[in-house]
Write a protein that binds this ligand. Structure first.
Ligand SMILES: N[C@@H](CCC(=O)N[C@@H](CS)C(=O)NCC(=O)O)C(=O)O
Length: 403
């Protein structure tokens, strides 16, 4: 019942926000009427939501399911508005405002994290920059908007961000029910566990009865429950709503184990007072393909984001880097000529300048350059390419042809 109350409250707040909008025109009044009707329908639907749908196996309120439900209700409520707003398209909006609003994490080393000078760095940050280079011709034209797990999808749906690049896992539910859509995978991850060495544990199968620090509103929380339930193992979740609190919970001994995407565990291990006192266990318990997401219903923007990633992958494949790309203007290789927009489809189909992909490579680099600089061997994280290598090097990164 607690959940139902929360959902009702969310709907009422949304109704208030929407009816509080500028309501002078007949069109707005009509919109409000239709939204009021929608609210009534949603309230009816809400009465039919089974409490089990919003609770974990342990019978606790499932914050993630609750947030997703609210986000999906918000999506339904805003569908009329979104269609109108998006008729101009995100690309036009971005060009007018002069920067890309990029939703990032509140701070995750390797992916999106402000450095000592307050400048955002990381693989996700560089992808935001690549989209700015493609669309505005200047990789610095990005406004970074730090988002918690709870805020991220709503921020994208509402237009607060144009793009979400926040170590976010692509799932069926997120791709369909939340009004957002994933444009690719910029890092194949998996969920892991980190423990203090003095626990004497070397495998996830030995975690029965342990307490586990986990962040709410994540796939992590759901996978954790599945993993233990399926193996008939017990655990005590110690749940926090931000990264800092979760890591601090582990550091201060509020739990035996910390779980999240394995890449993040490597980063957090380095942040421990004594990194050698903790180990990341070998098992990966889930697939966490992390990638950029956009709003549903704007195919042009979706394609821009998708092909920006593919351009970085192709550039690596063809050996074109930020350093060599200028010289490549003299290349006779038809693949390279199409890659940098000298021949082939160029920018027209995406609504961009013909040098859009050249700018991505020149200003940000190919995928390998970005990976090594942020999470790879030239970074403190020292993550190997493994599954994130190109297909021809034994990984699964693969981009469709530019022609
Ligand atoms: N990939 C998972 C987990 C993403 C996630 O939010 N992980 C936490 C722990 S690494 C995080 O990024 N926290 C940073 C923050 O809260 O800003 C998901 O999409 O649900």
């Amino acid at each position: 019942m607690k959940q139902t109350l929360k959902l009702s409250l969310a709907i009422s707040i949304l109704a208030l926000i929407l009816t509080g909008c500028d309501s002078n025109s007949a069109q707005d009044k009509e919109l409000i009427k239709s939204l009021e009707a929608k609210i009534q329908t949603l309230e009816k639907q809400l009465e039919q939501v089974e409490p089990e749908q919003l609770t974990t196996a342990a019978g606790n309120v499932d914050a993630s399911a609750l947030e997703d439900k609210i986000a999906s209700l918000e999506k339904q409520l805003s569908s009329n508005k979104t269609t109108t707003e998006q008729s101009g398209g995100t690309l036009d909006k971005v060009k007018k405002q002069g920067y890309v609003q990029c939703g990032v994490s509140t701070g995750l080393p390797g992916f999106s994290n402000p450095n000592a000078n307050g400048e955002w760095e990381g693989l996700d940050v560089e992808f935001c920059q690549a989209v700015a280079a493609a669309t505005i011709g200047d990789k610095t034209k990005v406004k970074y908007i730090p988002l918690t797990t709870k805020e991220r999808f709503t921020a994208l749906q509402s237009g607060e961000v144009d793009l979400l690049v926040r170590n976010t896992t692509w799932t069926l539910h997120r791709d369909t029910a939340l009004g957002v859509i994933f444009a690719g995978v910029n890092y194949y991850d998996g969920q892991g566990f980190m423990v203090k060495k003095n626990l004497g544990i070397s495998s996830a199968t030995e975690l029965d009865g342990k307490s586990v620090c986990v962040q709410s509103g994540t796939t992590t929380e759901l996978n954790l429950a599945d993993y233990f339930r399926f193996r008939e193992m017990k655990y005590t979740p110690v749940v926090f709503d931000t990264e800092d609190k979760t890591v601090n919970g582990f550091k201060t001994g509020q739990c035996d184990v910390m779980t999240t995407d394995q890449s993040a565990l490597y980063a957090h291990r380095l942040g421990m007072d004594d990194p050698d006192s903790v180990i990341v266990l070998p098992e990966l318990i889930s697939k966490e393909p992390l990638g950029p997401a956009v709003r549903q219903g704007d195919d042009q923007w979706f394609n821009i984001v998708k092909w920006t990633l593919y351009t970085m992958l192709h550039a690596e494949d063809l050996g074109v880097s930020s350093i060599s790309v200028d010289d490549m203007k003299n290349s006779n290789d038809p693949n390279i000529r199409r890659l940098i927009g000298l021949d082939g489809p160029k920018g027209k189909g995406l609504g961009l300048n013909d040098d859009w992909s050249f700018q991505v490579i020149k200003q940000v680099g190919n995928y390998s350059e970005s990976f090594e600089r942020t999470v790879g061997m030239s970074s403190p994280l020292k993550v190997r390419r493994d599954v994130n290598a190109l297909w021809r090097d034994g990984g699964i990164q693969y981009a469709p042809p530019i022609r």
